[in-house]
Ligand binder design. Sequence first.
Ligand SMILES: [Zn+2]
Length: 456
Amino acid sequence: MRYVSSAVPSHKDASLPRSRPQRGQHRIGGTQLPDDVRWSGDHWNIVDDALSAGPRHPRRGRRTLIAWPGYHSGLSLASFDRRVVGAIAKPLAHARADSQMISAALDAGMGVVLPGETWRNQLPPGHKKRAGAFAQLASHRPGMRLDPEARRFSASFAERLAVDNLDEQLRAGATLATTAAHVHEREAGEGRQNDLLLTRLTAEEFAARRAFAPAPGRRGRRELYATLIVQGLHAANPRTVEWLASAYAGLEGVDGYWIVAVNTTKSAKQLRGYTRLALQLERLSERPTVLSGVGDPHLAFLASGLAATCAGLYGMNFKFPPDELDSDDEDEPTRLAVHTYHRDLLGNSGPLGLEGNALRVALFHNRPCGCPHHAPDRPPLGRSAIIRHNSWCIQADAYAFATPAVPTAEAHLSDRLAQAARNRSFHGLTPLPSGFAAVAVEAARLRGGESEISDG
Ligand SMILES: [Zn+2]
């Protein structure tokens, strides 16, 4: 049993601290608590597997966060809460220059995901995202602008791209490999068929070379996930979602799915679509599904039972085509400012720099943060402290929504959303994305069998 309700007061008890205390400080009103009482992020629980690590690869029925630590973020492996973070992910293009964290994660028995981001071949050859490290990858296609929708890939082109992309991920240490995938202007057309072809070819290659066997000198099976990049506009169309879920659920030789949301407004309509897609894929295929690119509402997907989400520094949103000076810039990673997350807002606390400073000072004064990376009642200052604060808070929230049973987690999210809406309005901040609350509504509809999608 994971949770035992206890005599320890619930999170509604005003005498409790609002945030998680540091290790060794499990006390209420000066009373030391037994070791098996843990702060879940928002309420106290007696947890008999409090220290059990999350699975290194997503598993249905055990929700986890795949941490996206960002390029040379300064985060150490020790900063990950292994109860909820089982794996780390970073772009394959960054693997060589940022390999230390990958080795450390492998040594620690964590999963490693290194998405090849072959969609970068769709950008003009001079684009910054095609230069630098990506240009060194075998899966880079120099001198051409790939248009997956123009025509069906030739067998040899598709096979080469599928194999190059897989090869390079495995060589760089990926334990969970992902298939090559692209951004589509139209859905269910030639471009999507090309991605499905790449997925089938990668699955064949993965099986043929027995890539599921542990890497030399390592333990633990390797897995292959099919990548689906889906635009927000397309996710809003129930027929498209139905088609995608059915087409990908039927694939053979994959262990799960890696959904990348792109260009999403996070409207209720779009996030409901991603909810249907992700949960239907899990249900039809009985395989775990990971969702990335939906921003802070990823928490709602964890609350509603999705096997995993991927979130972290710069890994929250995906825009295509990306800005030339995108934040995840391998050449000058430390140049760009970082937003400050606040758990009581379920999002970022106002504009960057001077413009937002006064607001953050007031916010942290009124609503102190429990992370160990700055004075609780003052905002973290400087890139390094902000990154460590954000990473800690993202994990604490993921833990809070991924650990309780789904109905409890959804109820808790509903409370937190109401509270965050009040706080945001009080501080004059933009409202939460409307899709945040829509995920649980759609998930409940699916559980109740009211889906617009048939099982086919
Ligand atoms: Zn903090």
